[in-house]
Design a protein around this ligand. Structure first.
Ligand code: PEP
Length: 249
């Protein structure tokens, strides 16, 4: 049995005060919930407030990005050691918005993955096709290529904490959700690629999350699919009641 992981991606929303308010409201709602792992990924600026607010609770804190270098002249960047020092345990890598707007590539995803694993963070690597690729029947190829290149020269032993998020780009922030069957099919492709890269035993244990307009209303159907091991939630994670309802699907 793979324990499901429900992760919130706050994107560029909330100030530290708003982050504190969120934790004040959500912690009582998810108190004692241990069926699933819960992670909240705020902006860098809110990490301190979030780590302090979630201390001693069942909610872990993740970042939305990292740089792969240990240190250096990389203005505006933050590395794995800095995240760990701030009390962060998880990190999202290769989100489609970073690929689309900030030039992130399969190669930088690979560098970031290696650096997160080396540091002991739990990486949540995002993959997913755009609408034109799906319509052209290329979903399988795209997912396999993104995984293959993300996993390049990463050993199964090193990758033990790896989590993958399948996020069809056409479903992110659009209100369009992949049907549970579409998501399950895509997850099976990702799992097959993980089996080729790391071996079947590893692939059987790999958690693959679904992301793309997950809401309280569709969370149960999605999470009931055996292939779906959790959710990466954007818009609906900003409101404590809505995110708690997803956690409790
Ligand atoms: C996301 O940002 O990872 C995401 C899935 O967004 P939304 O839930 O808003 O579609």
């Amino acid at each position: 049995m793979r324990k499901k992981l429900i992760a919130a991606n706050w994107k560029m929303y909330k100030t530290p005060d708003q982050a504190r308010d969120f934790f004040r409201d959500i912690l009582p709602l998810v108190h004692g919930h241990d069926r699933d792992e819960i992670v909240v990924c705020p902006t860098y600026l809110c990490l301190d407030a979030a780590v302090a607010a979630a201390k001693g609770s069942n909610v872990a804190i993740g970042a939305q990005n990292l740089h792969w270098e240990k240190e250096g002249a990389f203005t505006g960047e933050v590395n794995a050691a800095m995240l760990l020092a701030a009390g962060v345990t998880h990190v999202i890598i290769g989100h489609s918005e970073r690929r689309q707007y900030f030039g992130e590539t399969d190669d930088t995803v690979n560098l970031k993955l290696k650096s997160a694993l080396e540091a002991g963070l739990v990486p949540i690597v995002c993959v997913g096709e755009v609408l034109e690729e799906r319509e052209a029947g290329l979903t399988d190829d795209v997912l396999r290529r993104q995984c293959l290149r993300a996993f390049h020269k990463v050993s199964a032993k090193k990758a033990v904490r790896l989590v993958v998020a399948y996020e069809p780009v056409w479903a992110i922030g659009t209100g369009k959700t992949a049907t549970p069957q579409m998501a399950a099919d895509a997850h099976a492709i990702i799992r097959a690629q993980a089996a080729e890269s790391f071996g079947q035993e590893f692939a059987d244990k790999l958690r693959i999350l679904y992301g793309g307009s997950v809401k309280p209303e569709n969370a149960h159907a999605l999470m009931s699919e055996e292939e779906i091991d959790g959710a990466l939630v954007g818009g609906a994670s900003l409101d404590p009641k809505s995110f708690a309802a997803i956690v409790k699907y």
